[in-house]
Design a protein around this ligand. Structure first.
Ligand code: HEC
Length: 111
C-alpha cells in the first residue's frame, strides 16, 4: 500500500515537473518572438542585464513586478548603468500585448 502511494506521488511530481518545463519554454519562445533575446540572455549580459541577475536583484521586492512591467512597457535606463554603460531598455507597449509583458516579467522574476 505504501509503495503504491509512493508510485502515485512520484508520477504526480514527474507530471508537475514536465508542466513547469513546458510553461518555461513557452515563455522563452514568447521572449524570443517579442525580440527580448536580441539584447538579453538568461545567464549572461548581452546588451541588457542577464535575466538571472534581474531576478536576483529584485528577489523579495514586493514592488518589483509593477515597476518592471512599467519599465518594459515604457522603456527606460539608469537601473543597470554599471552593467550596460547606460544603454536604455526600449519601450515595448503596444508592440507587445500587456498580458504578454506581464507574463515575461513574471517569468524573469521567477528564474
Ligand atoms: C535593444 C536592447 C533591448 C531589448 C530588445 C530588450 N531589452 Fe530589456 N533591457 C535592456 C537594457 C539596456 C536594460 C537596462 C536598463 C537600465 O539600465 O535601466 C534592460 C533592462 C531590462 C529589465 C530590468 C529593468 C530594471 O529596471 O531593472 C527587464 C525586466 C527587461 N529589460 C526585460 C525585457 C523584456 C521582457 C524584453 C522584451 C519584451 C526586453 N527587455 C528587450 C535592453 C533591451
Amino acid at each position: 500500500m505504501k509503495l503504491r502511494w509512493l508510485g502515485v506521488s512520484a508520477t504526480a511530481a514527474a507530471l508537475m515537473l514536465s508542466v513547469n518545463q513546458a510553461s518555461a519554454s513557452s515563455e522563452l519562445d514568447l521572449a524570443k518572438k517579442s525580440g527580448c533575446m536580441a539584447c538579453h540572455s538568461i545567464e549572461k549580459k548581452v546588451v541588457g542585464p542577464a535575466w538571472n541577475d534581474i531576478a536576483a536583484r529584485y528577489k523579495g521586492d514586493a514592488g518589483a513586478r509593477d515597476k518592471l512591467i512599467a519599465k518594459v512597457k515604457k522603456g527606460g535606463k539608469g537601473a543597470w548603468t554599471d552593467v550596460t554603460g547606460g544603454v536604455p531598455m526600449p519601450p515595448y507597449s503596444p508592440r507587445v500585448a500587456d498580458a504578454d509583458i506581464e507574463k515575461l516579467v513574471d517569468f524573469i522574476l521567477h528564474l
